[in-house]
Design a protein around this ligand. Structure first.
Ligand SMILES: Cc1ncc(COP(=O)(O)O)c(C=O)c1O
Length: 403
C-alpha cells in the first residue's frame, strides 16, 4: 500500500508556467492586457474557432453566453440533470427556468430524445454538457435545436481537447463555455473562455465581460491608455487578468501532451479493470475524442458487499483519493425546492448516481501512481466481492482482516 495519499486531482504546473507568471509580475501589467489577448488568439486557433473571449471562470463564460443570446426571465433552458450546479445556476441569474432532462445511461450526457420532449414554446436554449470530457451526441441535438430555433450553448468545462466526428468541441454550438479551474484539462487557477463563430456574440460577450464598455470606443480613440470609454450596457466584471492568462498560455502549448498523458492513464485503467465484473469502465462513443477530464467507473452494487460510500472508504484506507460526479441537481435542496421534482423523475440519473466513482486521472500522476490506483481498486473489489463469487481469489494482504 502506498505511504502517502494520492490526491484525487492536482494541477500540472511546471517551471515554464512559473516563469511566465513571474515575467508577468515583473512586466508591471498584471490585469487584462497583452497576455489575455494572446491567450484568446491562441485558444481560438487551437480550437479552430473565429472568436474566443477570456473570462474569470467557466461559470462566467456560461453566464455571458446566455446573456449574449438574450435569455430573459420566463425563458426555458434545457440542461442535463447530471451536471455541476453552474450549468443551471446561470439560467437562474436572469430568472429563466432550467428544464432538466435525464441522461443517457452509457455516456452520462444529455438524452437527446428526452430533450426533444422537453421543448416548449418558451425554450430559448439547450446546454449540452460534455460530461467528463466525452462530447454529447451533437448532430441530433443540433438538428433538434435548429428545427425549433433554439440556441445551443456547449458546456465544455471538461472538454478540452475533445472532438466530435473530427470537429473540436467549442465549434459545435452557437457558443461554448470552457473552464480553467485548478483541476480542469488546462488551468489558469480560475478562469474560463467563451468561443463562438458569431462576431455579434463575440462582441457582446467581450463587452459584457467588462462593464458593458464598448471596445469600439477604445479603438476609435486610438491612443493606448486613453481615458475615453463608453458604457453601452450594465455589464459584469468577468475579465481575465494577465496573471491568469500567463498560466493559460503555457498550459495551452502543453495541451496535447497533457491530454495524451490523460488518455494513456485511461487506457491503462481500461485494460487493468477489463476482467472485473463488479465495475464497469467508461463507455466511449464511436467517432469521438474523449478529453479524459474524469475517469468514472460504475459499481455493480449487486455484486459487491459494500455500497459506494464503503468503496470510497476502502480506497481512502489505501490512500487513494476519489470523487463523485455529480449529485443529480434535483436532489439538492435548492433545485428540489424550486422545481418540485421527485427523486424518481429522472430514473436513469437516479440509478447511475449511487454507483459512480471518479478515479484520479491527471498528467502529473507517475506510472507508479497509476499502478497504485489499479492495485487498490482490484484489492477492494476482490475483498468485497459478494460471497460465492470469491472462490479462488486471494485477498490482498493490505486488506486482509478488514471488516
Ligand atoms: C460541468 C461544469 N460546468 C461548469 C463549471 C464551472 O466552471 P468554473 O468552476 O470555472 O466556474 C464546472 C466546474 O467545475 C463544471 O464541472
Amino acid at each position: 500500500m502506498r505511504r502517502d495519499v494520492l490526491p484525487f486531482a492536482l494541477p500540472t504546473i511546471t517551471d515554464a508556467e512559473i516563469d511566465e507568471v513571474v515575467a508577468t509580475l515583473r512586466s508591471g501589467w498584471i490585469t487584462t492586457g497583452p497576455r489575455a489577448k494572446r491567450f484568446e488568439h491562441d485558444f481560438a486557433a487551437y480550437v479552430g474557432t473565429p472568436y474566443a473571449v477570456a473570462v474569470t471562470s467557466g461559470t462566467a463564460a456560461l453566464h455571458l453566453a446566455l446573456e449574449a443570446i438574450g435569455l430573459r426571465a420566463g425563458d426555458e433552458v434545457i440542461i442535463p440533470i447530471t451536471t455541476f450546479t453552474a450549468t443551471a445556476e446561470v439560467v437562474r441569474y436572469v430568472d429563466a427556468q432550467p428544464v432538466f432532462v435525464d441522461i443517457d445511461e452509457d455516456t452520462l450526457t444529455i438524452d437527446v430524445a428526452r430533450a426533444a420532449s422537453a421543448i416548449t414554446a418558451r425554450t430559448r436554449a439547450i446546454i449540452p454538457v460534455h460530461m467528463a470530457g466525452q462530447p454529447c451526441d451533437m448532430d441530433p441535438l443540433l438538428a433538434l435545436a435548429r428545427a425549433h430555433g433554439v440556441a445551443v450553448v456547449e458546456d465544455a468545462a471538461h472538454a478540452l481537447p475533445a472532438c466530435y466526428k473530427g470537429r473540436r468541441v467549442g465549434t459545435l454550438g452557437d457558443l461554448a463555455a470552457f473552464s480553467f479551474y485548478a483541476t480542469k484539462p488546462i488551468t489558469t487557477a480560475e478562469g474560463g473562455m467563451v468561443t463562438t463563430a458569431s462576431p455579434d456574440y463575440a462582441q457582446r460577450v467581450a463587452r459584457m465581460s467588462l462593464h458593458g464598455i464598448s471596445t469600439d470606443a477604445w479603438q476609435r480613440d486610438g491612443v493606448e491608455g486613453s481615458w475615453f470609454y463608453e458604457v453601452e450596457a450594465p455589464g459584469y466584471k468577468y475579465n481575465m487578468p494577465d496573471l491568469a492568462a500567463a498560466l493559460g498560455l503555457v498550459q495551452l502549448r502543453r495541451c496535447d501532451a497533457l491530454w495524451s498523458r490523460r488518455a494513456t492513464i485511461a487506457a491503462r485503467y481500461d485494460a487493468a479493470f477489463a476482467d472485473l465484473q463488479e465495475i464497469a469502465t467508461p463507455v466511449v462513443s464511436p467517432d469521438v475524442q474523449h478529453a479524459w477530464h474524469l475517469y468514472i467507473i460504475r459499481l455493480d452494487l449487486d455484486a459487491l458487499e459494500i455500497d459506494r460510500a464503503g468503496f470510497i472508504r476502502a480506497l481512502h484506507a489505501l490512500n487513494i483519493g476519489t470523487s463523485v460526479h455529480f449529485i443529480p441537481l434535483h436532489l439538492h435542496p435548492y433545485y428540489r425546492r424550486t422545481t418540485g421534482h421527485r427523486p424518481d423523475d429522472f430514473p436513469v440519473a437516479l440509478r447511475v448516481y449511487p454507483r459512480v466513482v471518479s478515479l484520479p486521472i491527471y498528467p502529473s500522476m507517475s506510472d507508479d501512481d497509476v499502478a497504485d490506483v489499479v492495485d487498490a481498486v482490484r484489492a477492494v473489489v476482490t475483498r468485497y466481492r459478494r460471497r460465492g463469487a470469491l472462490a479462488g481469489v486471494t485477498v490482498a494482504p493490505a486488506l486482509a482482516g478488514r471488516a
